[in-house]
Each structure stands twice: as C-alpha cells, then as structure tokens.
Design a protein. Structure first.
Ligand SMILES: Cc1cc2nc3c(=O)[nH]c(=O)nc-3n(C[C@H](O)[C@H](O)[C@H](O)COP(=O)(O)O)c2cc1C
Ligand code: SF4
Ligand code: SF4
Length: 261
C-alpha cells in the first residue's frame, strides 16, 4: 500500500521522544507528515485517522508504564483500522509494560499496530551531579531510528500488515504509588521569566511573587528544570534526589534500542 499521510502523535516534556519520532519519520520520504504534539493540552482536539494513513505514537515511559496523562490525551485520537507504529522512549532503566499498554490502548481506539520500538533518551531525573543517559539518543540511536523507519516503510509497501508482538506482563503490573514531591525553585536566582510555567504540560506552576508548584498536578516530568535559563529550578527535594542518585548508581550499562518489526 502507498500510504497517503504520516502522522506523529507524541507527548514529550523533555523532547527525547519528539527527537526520536522526527528521526524515524525522515525515512518516509515524500509522504506528507503532520505532527500532533500532545505535551500541551491546548494542542489536542478530536481526530479520526483514515485507513490509508499511518500514525507513529511516541510516549515516554514513566515507572514502566505509559503516563496516565498521556492515555487521557490519546483518547482524542481514533482510527479505522489505521496502521500504527508504537514507540516507547525510556531513560536507560527499562520500558517494562509500556509498549504492551500502548498497544492495547491503540487497538481499542481502532488502530492496527504493525511495528514497535523501545528507544533510550536522557532520563528526566538526570542532573549535573547524577547524569543518567545524558547523551542519549546518540548518533547510533538516531541512525537506528532512521533504519527502523525504513524497515517499516518497506513493510507497508510490501502490504505486510502483520500485527506486532511486544513484550510486557499481562495483566500489566500495578502502577507505582505517586510521590508528592516537585522540583524546587531558588527564588533569589529566579528572574520570573515564566519559561517553566509555559513549558509545564499540566499547568502545575503559578508565578506571582514566588514560583508555586501544585504537587497534586505535577507529574515530575522535569521539563521546568530543563528549560530554566538560570538554573533556578532544580531537583532539591530529598525523595527526588534519592531517586536520581539511585538511578545514576545503578544504570551504568547502556541499553540498546529494541525493534519489533
Ligand atoms: C516520573 C518519571 C518516571 C520515569 N520512569 C522511567 C522508567 O520506569 N524507566 C526508564 O527507563 N525511564 C523512566 N523515566 C525516564 C523517561 O522515560 C525518559 O527520560 C524519557 O526520555 C522522557 O521522555 P521525553 O524526553 O520525551 O520527555 C521516567 C521519567 C519520569 C519523569
Ligand atoms: S524558568 Fe527559572 S527563572 Fe524563569 S520563572 Fe521559572 S524558575 Fe524562574
Ligand atoms: S511542575 Fe511538574 S509537571 Fe510541571 S514541568 Fe515541572 S516537573 Fe513537569
């Protein structure tokens, strides 16, 4: 089949997932491509994809699963037996049940998943003191992403729509309990520029005389920490620091991209 359109549907607070999806899409030469970036809720409206299109879904892995906020936002998208590619992006620990969860979800929404990949990107909890997969995706990862795209493109052109099998536990393992911590702000350094508020995917930040973070809304994506131009937004909370340190100490070995085509 010659697909008429490629669609990239992704959630990516710290841009790792976005980078990988864009690289994969470069293999679909001359196919019109549209992006649906779900990171900001205002970008989302109901959309049904036709059966002559292909959708690449990209999600970050949070605690071995697809974040709840992403599943909620994905509900706006449906297909009519539309071909789908599943991409889970994780921070060098593991993707656990995320691909299987994403697959089950998109099947319910009317998609036909034909390929999947698990890619590594910088861990959201990576800091100067505790770097975790700091340079991922690297050159190899990005080359692999292009090759992955080429394999999928070939599979579609050969009319091979076999359903992809992905690893994962069924029933899915329970989600980890929520931590009520958030990144912190060093008020003396903060210029109140508002960049952290603008980038927050769940509108958890309010800026008046000080920067206030709603811990019930915060998903700990660390987009605010990454974007702050003066390093005033940091991981200082003890529980979050402990997680960063533990991951840093335990994730020395670089995991490779896994593809299911
Ligand atoms: C709350 C939270 C939980 C995470 N859990 C995992 C995990 O279980 N395994 C893993 O390898 N990485 C985990 N990560 C790291 C992210 O999957 C990784 O940094 C990903 O690249 C983020 O995607 P983005 O750059 O598109 O935002 C987690 C990150 C956050 C914020
Ligand atoms: S991005 Fe940094 S400097 Fe700007 S308001 Fe947020 S914490 Fe303050
Ligand atoms: S406040 Fe929480 S949810 Fe918002 S950008 Fe920062 S870490 Fe992410």
């Amino acid at each position: 089949m010659n697909i008429k359109k490629l669609n990239l549907v992704y959630f990516s607070p710290t841009n790792g997932t976005e980078k990988i999806l864009k690289k994969i899409s470069t293999a679909f030469k001359n196919i019109p491509t549209e992006e649906f970036n779900l990171t900001k809720v205002e970008n989302i409206s109901k959309k049904k994809f036709r059966n002559n299109e292909c959708v690449i879904f990209g999600v970050p892995v949070y605690s071995g699963r697809v974040p709840d906020v992403v599943l909620e936002r994905l509900k706006a998208f449906s297909g009519e037996n539309t071909l789908a590619v599943l991409v889970a992006v994780y921070g060098n620990r593991h993707y656990d049940d995320a691909l299987l969860e994403l697959k089950n979800f998109v099947v319910e929404q009317g998609f036909k998943p034909i390929s999947a990949g698990a890619f590594v990107a910088r861990h959201s909890f990576s800091t100067k003191d505790f770097p975790i997969a700091e340079n991922r995706p690297d050159k190899n990862d990005l080359e692999t992403a292009v090759n992955f795209g080429m394999e999928i493109f070939k599979k579609i052109q050969e009319n091979n729509y076999d359903e992809v099998l992905v690893p994962g536990n069924f029933p899915l393992k329970p989600k980890s309990p929520r931590i009520n911590s958030t990144p912190s702000t060093i008020e003396e350094k903060c210029t109140k520029c508002g960049k952290c508020k603008d980038v927050c995917p769940v509108d958890a930040i309010e800026i008046n005389e000080i920067v206030k973070t709603n811990s019930d809304l915060c998903i700990k994506c660390m987009a605010c920490v990454k974007i702050c131009p003066v390093d005033a937004r940091l991981i200082l909370d003890e529980k979050l620091l402990k997680i960063s340190k533990k991951l840093y100490l335990n994730l020395k070995e670089e995991r490779k991209v896994e593809m299911f085509i």
